[in-house]
Design a protein around this ligand. Structure first.
Ligand code: GRF
Length: 207
């Protein structure tokens, strides 16, 4: 039976290379998903150009337009509802989601990718943190999003050797290549199975 595409929203604040990898993966038939909307908090995000080229609707939700973070998240929730989104994919979205109504409505339906092996190096500049620390190994983590910073239950991790890297930028580039491949595979898996979360444990059952 053909895999039914899962309807997703991508939230991105900047460059959008993961967003582009997902678009390319869909076009190549590797990812069974349809990107219903790109949501960004940054009107200058390069991700916007990528969306336009791919004919994906763009919604800009700027922090300064709202009195509180909750109101901003509430506006995001309304967009997700309007586009009937089944999975929310954070790809370099640089804000914490905080509104309870968003988490209640999209429980275990919001995922993020982070460029380290969590719980090591949460937050910004994870690749630089790993490089400066002298790690020989770092990697990436794809996880469900909760109210904390890079703290939700882990779906997938991949270790990437960084011993040979001469700079933090080299670490970033090396991990990023693996991010693109991993995110495509995990997003596709949502169209082809069910994730169950029990405490911090995540279990996957293919259809
Ligand atoms: C990636 O390294 C991702 O893991 C992190 O933010 C970066 C976004 O890069 N959350 P891009 O915008 O997808 O190129």
């Amino acid at each position: 039976m053909a895999q039914k595409p899962i309807h997703i929203a991508v939230l991105a604040s900047g460059r959008g290379s993961n967003f582009q990898a997902i678009i390319d993966g869909i076009n190549a038939g590797e990812v069974h998903a349809k990107i219903k909307v790109l949501i960004t908090d940054n009107p200058d995000a390069k991700a916007i150009e990528r969306a336009k080229k791919a004919n994906i609707p763009v919604e800009i939700v700027e922090r300064k337009k709202f009195a509180t973070r909750e109101e901003m998240d509430s506006a995001i929730k309304k967009i997700l509802d309007a586009y009937r989104v089944e999975l929310v994919v954070l790809a370099g979205y640089m804000r914490l989601l905080t509104a309870k109504e968003l988490f209640d409505a999209y429980k275990n339906k919001i995922i993020n990718i982070h460029p380290s092996l969590l719980p090591a190096f949460p937050g910004v500049d994870a690749q630089k943190q790993a490089f400066v620390y002298g790690c020989t190994m770092s990697g990436l983590t794809i996880h469900f999003v909760d109210e904390g910073l890079d703290s939700g239950p882990i779906i997938y991790q991949k270790a990437v050797g960084i011993a040979g890297c001469k700079s933090a930028d080299e670490v970033t580039a090396k991990i990023l290549r693996h991010e693109h491949e991993a995110y495509k595979k995990i997003i596709d898996s949502f169209s082809n199975g069910t994730y169950k979360v029990d405490g911090r444990k995540v279990m996957y059952t293919p259809h």
